[in-house]
Design a protein around this ligand. Structure first.
Ligand SMILES: Cc1cc2nc3c(=O)[nH]c(=O)nc-3n(C[C@H](O)[C@H](O)[C@H](O)COP(=O)(O)OP(=O)(O)OC[C@H]3O[C@@H](n4cnc5c(N)ncnc54)[C@H](O)[C@@H]3O)c2cc1C
Length: 451
């Protein structure tokens, strides 16, 4: 018998997996007795925002993640496939039908009991373990406090302001220049990341703006449309992470003295300091992702793409992740978790879903899939398992448990966090295909040995 707290994407998938292994499950879900700021129904696996599960092809890391989940008997993927609506290369679903399908499958499973109660603390009763905590980004306040006590207050975050991330190869290298402010570079000759054609040394790629470009960008930014804010108001913003558009509304030059300040940056091609600068910072070890420094934003995603592409150097930018500001409760995975989603402090306690330090619907469900299986294994007296790191699911688990803990940020699955190929094809499309083929072969081998 295992207990799971939270009947969202991760908790529902965890319950399904454990029950499919013949283990009894009690799934605790606080809705409808206690609401969250964003859920609207009492259904399990409710999608709180978009109805998209993103790309569904193998040339896309989240497409690969989905395929692995399908092979592992995922309830979330089965329901999503059955409820899909036309969305080109993406998998989007009818949200009502999707959560109804998951709720129906869970509530009619003979080994699963759904208890509609809020769990306010990590239980003291040993009979409640193995336990999976999958209460999501909007974990109720009292349980959040207790989780903070368990993991250490420094290792639980409540609030997230995220800057957009772009694909390195989509940055126009003829326009940007590499430099650190005042030439203070941490970048030695062996530093990771692609060198820039006009590399003057330095840790940042800098997008220079003339006065005219800045004025045009500013006007577009203040006129752009913001996403609906669900669970906080503007008064709750910390000064240190104000959305860029909120800063812009304070005055025409505020950004030039904030995230777009040019001081200490000289464009080596002109020998001059630009009128304004947007700095791009390498965001992953592979050096294929760059984040826009200080550009946390809650503009609608379409608006972000439109307005940010006005920045010189980003005219053809491909966005790996859009900026967001929202309440987000998540632990510092690398300090708290093993690759099996067990906590380091207590092997019969697991975290899964967004609270474990992953980002996104599919990633949340994927972590629930493994946490549920492992909680079931622990209840059966068997050792828990980790998937090969060459799979997308394994790479996600490895990132959550091994990324640099300082300043830890939840991640989506990307090819950038997967182990590089030993002999990588030159063409991007072939590289992705080869990583996907390697992942699925590793997964099939892993499943064939009865893991
Ligand atoms: C505002 C917002 C918008 C987002 N939009 C997207 C998006 O468009 N696309 C995307 O891929 N990701 C999005 N995410 C990120 C993330 O993918 C989702 O939050 C996803 O639902 C996370 O899945 P989960 O299972 O971890 O949490 P959830 O799906 O939120 O499930 C957690 C469940 O736990 C329950 N619960 C909480 N506390 C308790 C308690 N103490 N006792 C019992 N039950 C409890 C909740 O009621 C909820 O049902 C968004 C997140 C937020 C906050």
């Amino acid at each position: 018998m295992i207990h799971i707290i939270g009947g969202g994407l991760a908790g529902s998938e965890a319950a399904w997996q454990a029950a499919s292994m013949g283990v009894r499950v009690t799934l605790h879900e606080m809705r409808p007795a206690r609401a969250t700021a964003v859920h609207k129904t009492d259904r399990l696996a409710e999608l709180v925002c978009s109805n998209s599960f993103r790309g569904d092809k193998l040339d896309n890391a989240v497409g690969l993640l989905k395929e692995e989940m399908r092979r592992l008997g995922s309830l979330v993927m089965d329901a999503a496939d059955r409820c899909r609506v036309p969305a080109g290369a993406a998998l989007a679903v009818d949200r009502e039908a999707f959560s109804a399908a998951v709720t129906g499958a869970i509530t009619s499973h003979p080994l699963i009991t759904v208890a509609r109660d809020e769990v306010t603390r990590i239980p003291g009763d040993p009979a409640m373990f193995p336990l999976v905590i999958a209460t999501g980004p909007l974990t109720s306040a009292s349980l959040s406090d207790d989780v903070a006590r368990f993991v250490g207050a420094d290792h639980l975050y409540f609030y997230d302001a995220i800057s957009p991330i772009v694909l390195a190869e989509s940055i126009d290298r003829d326009t940007v220049f590499r430099a650190s402010r005042w030439g203070r570079s941490l970048r030695g000759p062996d530093a990771a990341g692609p060198a820039c054609g006009d590399d003057g040394g330095g840790d940042y790629l800098n997008c220079p703006l003339t006065r005219e470009e800045y004025e045009r960008f500013y006007d577009a930014l203040v006129a752009a449309e913001s996403a609906t804010v669900h669970d906080f108001d503007t008064a709750t913003f910390f000064e240190g992470c104000l959305p860029v558009e909120v800063m812009a509304h304070r005055g025409r030059d505020t950004l030039r003295f904030g995230p777009m300040k040019p001081v200490g940056l000289v464009d080596p091609r002109t020998g001059r300091t630009p009128y304004a600068v947007v700095q791009l910072r390498q965001d992953n070890l592979a050096g294929d992702h760059y984040s826009l420094v200080g550009f946390q934003t809650q503009l609608k995603w379409g608006e972000q793409a439109r307005v940010l592409k006005m920045i010189p150097g980003l005219q053809a930018a491909e966005f790996v992740r859009f900026g967001m500001v929202h309440r987000n409760t998540y632990i510092n995975g690398p300090r708290v978790l093993h690759e099996t989603w067990q906590t380091r402090a207590r092997p019969d306690l697991f975290f899964a879903g967004q609270i474990s330090g992953v980002e996104g619907y599919v990633e949340s469900a994927a972590s629930g899939l493994i946490a549920g299986r492992n909680a079931a294994l622990v209840s059966l007296g068997a050792p828990p398992v980790a998937l090969p790191r060459t799979t997308a699911i394994g790479a996600l688990a490895y990132y959550v448990s091994h990324a640099a803990p300082d300043g830890y940020q939840p991640t989506n699955i990307t090819f950038g966090i997967m182990a590089p190929l030993e002999r990588a094809p030159k063409r991007k499309v072939e590289r992705k295909q080869a990583i996907a083929e390697r992942a699925l072969a590793a997964l099939d081998d892993w499943m064939a040995v009865g893991a």
